[in-house]
Design a protein. Structure first.
Length: 127
């Protein structure tokens, strides 16, 4: 499926109609939102999600093929990272989105203290 997604910005590659039909619209939008040039197209597709996937694909292909070189595929966070984000959000009383940003800014010592504190609290609750 990732090869089909990337073919939408490559003017030389054309997938089969069956391959295009396998792309979930949500995944296509999520992938497109990884580049500042294609985020407007992702928003339009998201707003009009009833547009068939083949039309979504060809719209992006005609608008961006050859103009956008690379769009990274968003990687999923590990369970350990998600737990740290929850701890940071609770500790600082902020949203998980902000906590994700804090995760990159906190030193390893500060992060370890927060994780240790919440891990100990979870252990006490479990007993």
């Amino acid at each position: 499926m990732f090869k089909t997604l990337t073919s939408s910005i490559d003017p030389k590659k054309t997938p089969t109609a069956e391959d295009i039909q396998k792309i979930p619209s949500f995944i296509f939008c999520k992938w497109l939102s990884g580049n500042p040039h294609t985020i407007i197209a992702a928003n339009a597709i998201n707003m009009y999600s009833d547009i068939p996937i083949d039309n979504q694909y060809w719209m992006v292909k005609h608008a961006f093929a050859g103009k956008v070189k690379y769009i990274p595929y968003p990687k999923q966070q590990s369970q350990d990272t998600l737990k740290k984000v929850e701890f940071i959000a609770d500790y600082f009383k902020i949203s998980k989105e902000k906590a994700n940003e804090y995760l990159e800014l906190l030193s390893s010592e500060e992060l370890n203290l927060i994780v240790q504190m919440y891990t100990e609290q979870e252990l006490k609750k479990g007993n």
